[in-house]
Design a protein. Structure first.
Length: 191
């Protein structure tokens, strides 16, 4: 299954709203973010709103007030990829994760879980702020150096992926929209 890049999926206005919200929310609600734990050499450099104890998802009573722009983009993904039969990954609050990378750090190569039988977990990632250097996504050995507002969709439960070391003072801000699709539908999207 081949990754799909959709250029200029979000405009500059939407990117600005998402960047402002991410930094503001991290300051006001740090309890909503967890260390991603994906870089043993740089612990505490990557934080996400992904729920750590997803098995107890419905009992955590965590509510994240994402801006309306996030839901507009999520709906745009559903329409553009023609997603109909899907479930949301349990550790994603409403199917969405905000990630912030501070300073130097990377994400080790990994494959994400399959959360439901006979499905493929896909992520549609959108960087809204790039680090000064690095932060390139590598999927199956191929580099995808997307620009802010581009959408990178790929089957994370099927393909090894990682992110190269970031450097500099600019925080890398990422938005992940997750979906669990029946295998045949995922194959249709990523053919």
């Amino acid at each position: 299954m081949k990754p799909k890049v959709i250029k200029n999926f979000a405009d500059k206005f939407e990117i600005g709203i998402l960047n402002w919200w991410a930094i503001d929310n991290y300051r006001k609600n740090p309890h909503q973010y967890n260390d991603a734990g994906m870089d043993p050499k740089h612990p505490g450099s990557r934080f996400t709103t992904r729920l750590k104890q997803w098995e107890n998802y419905y009992n955590l009573n965590i509510e994240i007030e994402y801006p309306q722009t996030v839901y507009t983009i999520q709906e745009r993904i559903l329409w553009r990829l023609k997603l109909r039969n899907f479930r949301l990954p349990p550790p994603f609050y409403e199917g969405i994760v905000n990630g912030i990378g501070f300073g130097e750090g990377s994400i080790i190569e990994h494959i994400d879980p399959v959360y439901y039988p006979d499905t493929v977990t896909i992520h549609c990632n959108m960087i809204t702020r790039k680090a000064d250097s690095g932060g390139v996504t590598i999927i199956g050995g191929v580099e995808y150096d997307i620009e802010p507002g581009d959408l990178l969709c790929y089957p994370v439960s099927e393909t090894k992926h990682k992110v190269t070391l970031t450097k500099g003072d600019t925080n890398r801000i990422l938005w992940v929209f997750g979906f669990c699709l029946p295998i045949d539908e995922a194959e249709d999207i990523f053919q």
